[in-house]
Design a protein around this ligand. Structure first.
Ligand code: PGA
Length: 219
């Protein structure tokens, strides 16, 4: 396999362990709207990766367009801006990978379902922004993953072809986005929030530790 020229990372569950902030902010939003329901970390985990709107719909068990879903989604997004990274931190090995790629002048981007303002705040708070050529959320005018559009835009801005670019994620949304874009390879972070999707297992580079990603540079 040829050496990849660029990397695109998912955010939550891949670069950053955001689960405790997502849980806390979902519970603040539920409380602010008068719900008695509260989520444990375990309740919250399956709802990460599809974005805040989907999380609100899943948590309430209501359709996406339902008034209560919309209210919870907006409350969650607003509260997240006040508490973007109280607990969030990069997963082990992430900063090593980002530093090595930067030293080797390999461009990197981030594509996430996270609301745009929260994304900017989290990436700034954790010192990741300077490593990235571009970071995108659907609010920037793109369809959500698994649509490949955000990946195409990143490749365009980095000046590389998707076939030269590795997509790195932790959910089915990320895997299918990478495959739909025709990426060089799709890497799956085992430290994230979903199990390796069995249907795609033989097409993935599974990262038992995040620094395993660097092996792709040496192949
Ligand atoms: O569901 C979210 O908000 C997180 O989305 P991400 O995994 O694409 O970063």
């Amino acid at each position: 396999m040829s050496t990849p020229k660029a990397f695109i990372f998912d955010l939550d569950g891949t670069l950053v362990d955001a689960l405790p902030d997502i849980q806390a902010n979902a519970n603040r939003a539920l409380e602010s709207l008068g719900y008695e329901l509260r989520l444990s970390l375990k309740d919250t985990q399956p709802h990460v990766g599809g974005g805040a709107h989907k999380l609100a719909s899943n948590v309430l068990g209501l359709p996406m367009e339902h008034e209560e879903t919309m209210a919870l989604y907006h409350a969650f997004a607003d509260i997240y801006e006040q508490h973007p990274a109280d607990f969030s931190k990069p997963f082990p090995g992430v900063m090593d990978v980002l530093n090595t790629l930067r030293e080797r002048a390999v461009p990197m981007c981030c594509v996430t379902a996270k609301p745009a303002k929260a994304r900017v705040q989290v990436l700034n708070a954790l010192g990741i922004t300077p490593y990235l050529t571009l970071a995108l959320s659907p609010e920037d005018g793109f369809p959500k993953k698994p649509a490949p559009d955000m990946l195409f835009e990143c490749c365009r801005v980095m000046g590389v072809d998707p076939s030269e670019t590795v997509m790195v994620g932790d959910t089915l949304f990320d895997v299918e986005a990478g495959l739909n874009a025709g990426c060089h390879s799709v890497a799956f972070a085992e430290h994230g929030y979903q199990d390796v999707p069995a249907a795609y297992a033989d097409r993935l580079v599974v990262l038992h530790h995040f620094t395993d990603l660097l092996r792709l540079l040496d192949e």
